[in-house]
Design a protein around this ligand. Structure first.
Ligand code: PEP
Ligand code: MN
Length: 349
C-alpha cells in the first residue's frame, strides 16, 4: 500500500504518516519522487485501516499496490531507479552502460591485459567470475579469493568498476569486500537465503533471470533484495531455455520493454549467455540496446580458444571494439548515449 502525499506536503506531514504507519504495526518507507513524496507501507496483511491514513494532513490518496511484487513495481515508484557505481557509471538513466570481461578470471596477465583493452574500448565495468557456478563439478570452478584480488588490482589500474558473482550466502560478504556490484547468477535467481544476504550487504546487486524463470518470478526475486533494504538492483535478461538447439538459450528481448513498464529498476542484457554462440553475440547486443536495455554485459576474452569457460561465446577484443562503435550509433538513434569512457588510469576522463 502506498500513501501518496500532496506535492506541497511538508516534512512534518510526511513524518506524521511514517509515525502513524509504525504505530499501526507496519514498516514505513518514504519514497521521494520528482513530483511528490509517497510513503510505502510494508507488510500489509489486508487489515490496514486506509481511512486512518487518508485522513492525515498532506495526504492526497492511499492506493493499493496490486502487483505481487511491491517495492519493485512502478506503482510503488514511478521514477526510474538509477544505480551509480563508485567510478561514476550510472545504470538506468539516459546512458547505456557497457560491462565486459572474461567469463572467469584465469590469471593476472589475462585479467589485467583484457581490462586495459576494454577500458580503452569504452567499457566502464569489468566482469569476471572468481567463483563459477559450473554445470559440471569437473569444470574449472574459478580462482576464488585470488580471483577477487586480481579483479581489485584491475580496478586500481584501470578505473573500471568490478562485477563478480557470489554463489552462496556465506560468500556474499567476501565478494562485497572486493566488488562494486554483486552478481547473482541465473542458477541462483531463486536462492532466497542468498538473495536475503545480498539484500543486506549494502552494495549494488545484478540479478540475472533464471533460465526457466518467468518475468514475474524475476521481479519477485528482486523483491527479496528490496525487502531487505537494498534498492540498488539491476536486472539482467540472459536468455531462457527453448526447444531450439541453434543457440544455447533464447535471449528474450521482449523482457526488456515488459520489465521497463512493470518496474522502475534498470535492466541490462547478456547476449553472451543469451546466445552461447560468438557470431550471434553482436547482432543480439545491438538488438538489446535498440529494445531499450540500460546496458550490456558481454564476455570478451583475449584468446577465446583457450578460455577456461565459455570460450565459444566470448568475443575477441577487436570484435568488442567494433561493437562499441555500433552501440554508440544505436544509442544515439533512440535519444541515449554511452556512459562516457574512462581515460586516465584510475579516474574518469
Ligand atoms: C556468467 O555470467 O558467467 C554466468 C554464469 O551467467 P548465468 O548466471 O547467466 O549463467
Ligand atoms: Mn560465462
Amino acid at each position: 500500500m502506498l500513501v501518496v502525499m500532496n506535492h506541497n506536503a511538508g516534512n512534518e506531514d510526511i513524518d506524521r504518516v511514517v509515525e502513524t504507519i509504525r504505530e499501526m504495526g507496519y514498516e514505513a518507507r518514504p519514497i521521494p519522487g520528482r513530483q511528490r513524496t509517497s510513503v510505502g507501507l510494508i507488510g500489509n496483511d489486508g487489515r490496514v485501516d486506509a481511512g486512518r491514513l487518508e485522513g492525515l494532513p498532506g495526504v492526497r490518496e492511499v492506493i493499493p499496490v496490486t502487483k505481487p511484487y511491491k517495492q519493485v513495481s512502478r506503482e510503488w515508484k514511478e521514477d526510474d531507479t538509477v544505480v551509480t557505481l563508485p567510478n561514476g557509471t550510472a545504470i538506468g538513466g539516459p546512458e547505456v552502460a557497457l560491462f565486459a570481461g572474461p567469463c572467469a578470471v584465469e590469471s593476472e596477465e589475462q585479467i589485467l591485459g583484457i581490462a586495459r583493452r576494454l577500458r580503452d574500448a569504452g567499457a566502464t565495468v569489468l566482469r569476471g567470475g572468481a567463483f563459477k557456478p559450473r554445470t559440471s563439478p569437473y569444470s574449472f570452478q574459478g580462482l576464488g579469493l585470488e580471483g577477487l584480488k586480481l579483479l581489485a588490482r584491475a580496478r586500481e589500474e584501470t578505473g573500471l568498476a568490478v562485477i563478480t558473482e557470489a554463489i552462496d550466502p556465506e560468500g556474499v560478504d567476501l565478494v562485497a569486500e572486493y566488488a562494486d556490484v554483486i552478481q547473482i547468477g541465473a542458477r541462483n535467481m531463486q536462492n532466497y537465503p542468498l538473495l536475503r544476504r545480498a539484500g543486506r550487504v549494502g552494495k549494488p546487486v545484478l540479478l540475472k533471470r533464471g533460465m526457466s524463470a518467468t518475468i514475474n518470478e524475476l521481479l519477485l526475486a528482486a523483491e527479496y533484495l528490496l525487502a531487505e533494504g537494498n534498492d540498488q538492483v539491476i536486472l539482467c535478461e540472459r536468455g531462457v531455455r527453448s526447444f531450439d538447439t541453434h543457440t544455447r538459450n533464447l535471449l528474450d528481448l521482449t523482457a526488456i520493454p515488459v520489465v521497463k513498464s512493470l518496474s522502475h529498476l534498470p535492466i541490462i542484457a547478456d547476449p553472451s549467455h543469451g546466445t552461447g554462440v560468438r557470431a550471434k553475440v553482436i547482432p543480439m547486443a545491438r538488438a538489446a540496446v535498440a529494445a531499450g536495455a540500460d546496458g550490456l554485459i558481454v564476455e570478451v576474452h583475449p584468446d577465446p580458444t583457450r578460455a577456461l569457460s565459455d570460450g565459444a561465446q566470448s568475443l575477441y577484443p577487436e570484435q568488442f571494439e567494433e561493437l562499441v562503435g555500433q552501440i554508440e550509433v544505436i544509442a544515439r538513434a533512440i535519444g541515449r548515449s554511452l556512459v562516457p569512457a574512462l581515460h586516465a588510469a584510475g579516474s574518469r576522463g
